[in-house]
Design a protein around this ligand. Structure first.
Ligand code: SAH
Length: 223
């Protein structure tokens, strides 16, 4: 499938229900172009998707999880705390005929049980984390906390995390330091523009554009 076809497909997916969307969880469906860009970078520039299990943290409506299957992921594990969002993700997975390959886990990312204490995990074949976490606009620090939980809970097989964050120099320096403290490193940054649709009552405009970075974060040591 071509890039623009995939963007078109994502545009037809169901978004958050405005009646049920939760601003404190910073629920916005990931911009279709930005989502495809992330998977394109992960899948084609770095070979991190085909044949891998993909874990989507804060999966929301399931856009990243579902589209990873189009880049050859074995399956996708979608972790989401909000049941209303999960209902939408389930609907989207059904609609796109991939419900059997999208495993939904209703959990807070800060309480993840991915890393088995001993022995092997079925994920040991290779897995990649993708995520569009809250940007920490409504709850300061939510973005970095999310990233820290991703690094903490990443199964041993997971060598790489792709994550969207607000683009600004201060954020880049801060996140880089946080990542390195945990034995990971920011391997590359890619800039994208995201359109946020009008979803919450305090929004004045129909849509808003923001600049974001896609972070590629890899394990620097045996953390
Ligand atoms: N990629 C998703 C949107 C991500 S928006 C899509 O395209 O629909 C951020 C998501 O993170 C929201 O769905 C929100 O409910 C979820 N979230 C926020 N805090 C969370 C937490 N602590 N644990 C799990 N999910 C969380």
């Amino acid at each position: 499938m071509k890039k623009h076809e995939l963007v078109g497909m994502l545009d037809t997916m169901k978004g958050f229900d405005p009646e049920k969307a939760k601003v404190k969880l910073e629920q916005y469906a990931t911009d279709s172009r930005a989502a495809v860009e992330m998977l394109f970078i992960a899948g084609f520039m770095h070979d991190d998707i085909a044949g891998h299990h993909v874990i989507d943290l804060g999966a929301g409506t399931g856009r990243l999880a579902i589209s990873s299957l189009h880049f050859g992921a074995v399956d996708a594990i979608a972790v989401e705390v909000d049941r209303d969002a999960i209902a939408v993700a389930r609907e989207n997975a059904n609609e796109f005929g991939v419900a059997g390959r999208v495993h939904i886990i209703n959990s807070d990312v800060h309480h993840l049980p991915f890393r088995p204490a001993t022995g092997t995990s079925p994920l040991d074949a290779g897995c990649t984390i993708v995520m569009n976490p809250p940007f920490g606009v409504k709850r300061k620090g939510a973005d970095v906390r999310f990233l820290e939980s991703a690094m903490n809970s990443a199964p041993r097989c997971c060598k790489v995390i792709y994550s969207f964050h607000l683009k600004n120099e201060g954020n880049r320096t801060f996140l880089k330091r946080k990542v390195e403290k945990r034995g990971w490193q920011v391997d590359a940054l890619f800039q994208v523009r995201m359109t946020l649709p009008r979803l919450y009552t305090y929004h004045k405009r129909d849509k808003k554009q923001i600049d974001a970075d896609i972070y590629r974060i890899t394990r620097a040591t045996n953390s």
